[in-house]
Design a binder for this molecule. Structure first.
Ligand SMILES: C[S@@+](CC[C@H](N)C(=O)[O-])C[C@H]1O[C@@H](n2cnc3c(N)ncnc32)[C@H](O)[C@@H]1O
Length: 343
């Protein structure tokens, strides 16, 4: 059986690794063939699909060297690769296939590559319709950095990307991508004694992901979540119920994050208003108020719309920056910080 490649957001590879380890998998390759946002692993497809930190999964069918990206040479390489890969055996019975190309650093995206691949697939699988957008299944073509090789895979995660969670009865207008929520929890190093708090919970993505990820592994974990808007608190509760979470595992309440009724939490994992919604609630204000509610050596995982100066955080708030990760969230730059409170 071919190996699987897990697709996550660039920058979240370490979170995928932590999730794999939490689930007992220790054999994997991070950024295979130099591709960021990818983890190569040898696990069952259903196991892979149950991971919370990934968006898609594909079967790695084959790989070839590309001597050149010039049209004729590229076509020859694709033809050679398709000859080696028994594509038909994987897609027997399906009628429509679509193609998705991913271009990594240093490779210029070109529609032409997609067209050539589509034509070559058609040569091999005469009865199949190759659609540029939708299909029964997706053929993944990756151009690793440098543009000197091509990877061919078959998506096995289905047509619904894995980050679309079925528990989202109510989606928030500024909802956090649940895989980022899961990554923030994993990267903040929670343990059995953690008391996690999300003071800007919106529709509840962070607390819900926390319970789903952790409750099997850390039975005593406790989660608090609040928002200033009572409607969001109600919606978060409904989403949590839909996710099958017993509400004794977490408490939702209405509160102003600048004056929360909590003390000595071990982890604040949160997604405050970003971009144009940020008005009046700067990161300085958030840190001013929230750090006091954090236990010593407690951690904050926070996603911000702007980069902050690590030295400022250290000197003003005595917060050590453990990790800073740049991601693209909803098409915008975002900055994920893991911070630790020093005595
Ligand atoms: C980016 S959204 C959070 C989205 C959430 N992570 C989700 O996935 O649904 C920020 C939230 O902060 C809330 N908010 C804004 N100012 C607040 C304050 N002073 N105290 C508490 N919540 C506040 C908003 O109502 C909004 O729901």
């Amino acid at each position: 059986m071919p190996k699987l490649i897990l697709i996550t957001l660039n920058g979240l590879e370490e979170a995928v690794v932590r999730e794999l380890k939490l689930r007992g998998i220790s054999n994997f390759t991070v950024s295979p063939y130099g591709m960021d946002g990818r983890v190569l692993v040898d696990v069952d497809v259903n196991f892979a699909k149950s991971l919370r930190t990934i968006e898609r999964v594909y079967l790695l069918l084959g790989r070839c060297e590309l001597k050149s990206l010039e049209r004729k040479r590229f076509r020859e390489s694709v033809r050679g690769l398709l000859r080696e890969v028994d594509l038909e055996s994987y897609i027997r019975g399906l009628r429509v296939i679509s193609i998705k190309c991913y271009y990594h650093a240093g490779v210029k995206p070109k529609k032409e590559y997609e067209k050539i691949i589509a034509r070559e697939v058609k040569r091999v699988l005469k009865d199949i319709i190759v659609s540029p957008t939708v299909g029964d299944v997706r053929l993944i073509c990756e151009f690793p950095p440098g543009g000197d090789s091509l990877i061919l895979g078959l998506e096995v995660s289905g047509l619904r990307p894995l980050h679309r969670r079925l528990y989202t009865v109510y989606s928030h207008p500024a909802m956090l991508n649940p895989i980022v929520a899961a990554a923030m929890i994993l990267l903040s190093d929670v343990n059995d004694y953690s008391l996690i708090y999300d003071p800007f919970c919106g529709a509840g993505t962070i607390p819900i992901e926390a319970v789903i990820l952790l409750s099997k592994h850390y039975r005593d974990i406790r989660i608090l979540a609040s928002d200033i808007n009572p409607i969001y608190v109600k919606q978060a509760t409904i989403n949590a119920t839909k996710a099958g979470i017993p509400l004794e595992n977490m408490v939702f309440f209405i509160a102003d994050a600048l004056n929360p009724p909590v003390k000595e939490v071990t982890h604040i994992v949160t997604d405050p208003p970003r971009g144009r919604r940020e008005v009046g609630i700067s990161w300085e204000k958030i840190f001013d108020r929230l750090v006091g509610h954090l236990a010593d050596n407690g951690r904050i995982a926070i996603i911000l719309g702007r980069r902050v100066k690590v030295e400022d955080i250290r000197s003003r708030y005595k917060l050590e920056v453990i990790r800073e990760i740049n991601i693209i969230h909803g098409g915008m730059k975002a900055f994920l910080y893991i911070l630790e409170k020093k005595q």
